[in-house]
Design a protein around this ligand. Structure first.
Ligand SMILES: [Zn+2]
Length: 212
């Protein structure tokens, strides 16, 4: 009887060990498959259906919209639903979406790029009179965006020509809107426009604060 019990216990322990090993292997395989080395940066605007929200409500709303669109991805033990890697609120606060090395879900064919969403609708067509929020990003948003881009460009050695707007890689969208001041951003970052071989980044990162 005792021997039987011992044998039974051995089988149980063996079974649990195998199950755990399989689970860990599955997590590693799937997460590895969903890992990127950021090749560039793509800038978006949020163009949300509800533009006037409390600041803290923007990221959860984006997350929910993207969850319903099935943008979720499994990465090292958890699901991420927001397709962007970062969201920049109207006051310039930078919110983290999915991790930098997790494949994005923001631009078809370019999801190995970091996706940054600036909250607002900067399209003359869709927001002609400001009823869907400010006509242009706030100064704080541009400043935070420039600092964030600079950090990413430096960290991942992203060539200046790989800092793009969504509309640069997809002709069917005007995201981040025709009023998005891309050249102002480029100037702020200290890079030259697309195609330049100049070195990026003159902005300091000391005051960059991330809010999870
Ligand atoms: Zn976009």
């Amino acid at each position: 009887m005792n021997n039987r019990r011992k044998t039974y216990r051995k089988y149980v322990v063996f079974g649990i060990t195998i199950s755990l090993a399989l689970a860990v292997t599955a997590i590693c395989v799937v997460s590895y498959k969903n890992t990127i080395t950021p090749a560039g940066i793509i800038i978006h605007h949020s163009a949300l259906p509800y533009p006037q929200l409390e600041p803290e409500a923007y990221l959860p709303l984006i997350t929910e919209i993207h969850r319903r669109r099935d943008y979720g991805i499994f990465y090292w033990g958890r699901m991420y639903y927001e397709g962007y890697h970062y969201v920049i609120l109207p006051d310039g606060t930078i919110k983290r979406g999915r991790p930098d090395h997790c494949r994005g879900a923001h631009a078809q064919g370019f999801n190995s790029y970091i996706g940054i969403c600036v909250v607002g609708d900067f399209s003359t067509t869709h927001n002609p009179d400001g009823s869907s929020g400010p006509l242009q990003p706030s100064d704080e948003q541009i400043k935070s965006l420039a600092e964030l881009c600079c950090r990413l460009i430096t960290e991942f050695r992203i060539p200046p020509g790989q800092l793009l707007r969504h509309s640069d890689v997809n002709q069917s969208t005007e995201c981040p809107g025709d009023r998005f001041p891309f050249q102002v951003l480029i100037k702020e970052i200290g890079t030259k426009p697309r195609g330049s071989e100049d070195k990026a980044c003159s902005v300091q990162f000391d005051k960059l604060v991330f809010q999870p």
